[in-house]
Design a binder for this molecule. Structure first.
Ligand SMILES: Cc1cc2nc3c(=O)[nH]c(=O)nc-3n(C[C@H](O)[C@H](O)[C@H](O)COP(=O)(O)O)c2cc1C
Length: 350
């Protein structure tokens, strides 16, 4: 049995948040419609969009509309926005609510220079009153419980703001809180401090979603057990292996997972290519696939050769050919390959 928080959780999100229902994290450049649909097919229960600029929406920038693309199968989808200006956020978001988007998230965790130099993303952790004003506006527009906030511990070590911020966000009607427990200045270095997730779970009574160093399904099982979070969201773990969602559910139910699974990897790749071709403009989709294929196949022999060949791949037909060759070689030479058996025995006291 996973750990249960001592404080009863107040879930008024309409997302049926639960420990065994994993989320796909927002991933700029990756969590597009095709990847969200793929993740759902492999067991993601809630999916987040790439971050969308409130300013971009307000000024009608080209490309922004593409980030908003969704379909009936892409539900429930959380649309993540970034922006630090209350007035612009209001004008950007109101039409989205009218168009039927139901769940929103505010990015207060992105530490990329391009974003923080405009005062957005994790830079919002340096001005809590403004962050709360933007949050209040978003909740007023979308409704109580319909907006989540994703943030880090603070800007720099010893500048923890997450607890104070979390309580204020709860007070203005946040539906859920997602914490990536690193400082903005850390980027992705060091280790995510999961103990802060536990502290946050104890401090608020709305759902806390864990992010950070959930590279494999078993990491997430451990995170749930150690922290009592309401749910986990997979980011880099999903980019390496979209089957992570079903693996996580299997492990949470006490089952065993065999990994890596070459047949499944091939199935995932073919399906991702089909979804990308159906939902994204050709060139962008092909470039994205070129960057994802090496992640999917990195545990298999021949992955390096594949990566080199991909740099010259400019058509879908060529990509198909490379994939076929890769797996044909695998079938011919991979007989001695033993996948790892992974299970998560119940922890002490369960
Ligand atoms: C390629 C990439 C793009 C990301 N884009 C976003 C984003 O648009 N919005 C956001 O809140 N976080 C974004 N993140 C952060 C992730 O959602 C997540 O919090 C972080 O990767 C920590 O989780 P992990 O260690 O399990 O990968 C991104 C991370 C990566 C690696």
């Amino acid at each position: 049995m996973p750990m249960v928080s001592e404080t009863p959780i107040r879930d008024n999100t309409g997302l049926a948040i639960a420990q065994d229902k994993p989320w796909l994290a927002p991933l700029a450049g990756y969590s597009d419609l095709a990847f969200r649909l793929l993740s759902r097919e492999f067991g993601a229960q809630v999916v987040c969009s790439e971050m969308v600029s409130a300013k971009g929406l307000y000024y009608g920038s080209s490309g922004t509309e593409l980030l908003l693309e969704t379909t009936g199968d892409d539900d429930p989808m959380v649309l993540q926005l970034f922006g630090n200006d209350t007035a612009i956020m209001e004008r950007a978001m109101a039409p989205l609510v009218e168009r039927g988007y139901r769940w929103f998230d505010l990015n207060m965790g992105c530490s990329v220079r391009k974003v923080v130099k405009t005062g957005c993303g994790a830079a919002m952790l340096c001005d809590i009153p403004n962050a709360v004003d933007v949050a209040r506006t978003m909740v007023r527009l979308a409704g109580e419980g319909r907006v989540g906030f994703k943030f880090r511990l603070g800007w720099d070590a010893d500048e923890d703001v997450y607890l104070d911020l979390a309580k204020r966000l709860q007070d203005v009607g946040a539906g859920w809180l997602s914490l990536h427990p690193r400082y903005a200045r850390q980027g992705f270095s060091g280790e995510a401090r999961w103990s802060a997730l536990r502290t946050l779970v104890d401090a608020v009574d709305i759902p806390v979603i864990a992010s950070g160093d959930l590279f494999h399904a078993e990491d997430a099982v451990r995170c749930v057990r150690e922290t009592g979070v309401a749910a986990v969201m997979f980011a880099r773990g999903a980019l390496n292996n979209p089957a992570i969602f079903e693996e996580f559910t299997t492990l949470m139910q006490g089952g065993t997972v065999l990994r890596p699974d070459p047949e499944k990897t091939m199935r995932i790749l073919r399906r991702h290519v089909a979804l990308a071709r159906a939902h994204c403009p050709d060139k962008t989709a092909l470039f994205k696939m070129r960057s994802l294929v090496p992640r999917y196949v990195k545990l298999f022999p021949g992955a390096k050769h594949m990566r080199n060949q991909l740099t010259e791949c400019t058509t879908w037909e060529k990509l198909d050919e490379l994939l076929e060759q890769f797996f044909a070689r695998w079938q011919a030479e991979g007989a001695s390959f033993e996948p790892e058996r992974i299970c998560c025995p119940p922890s002490d006291g369960e």
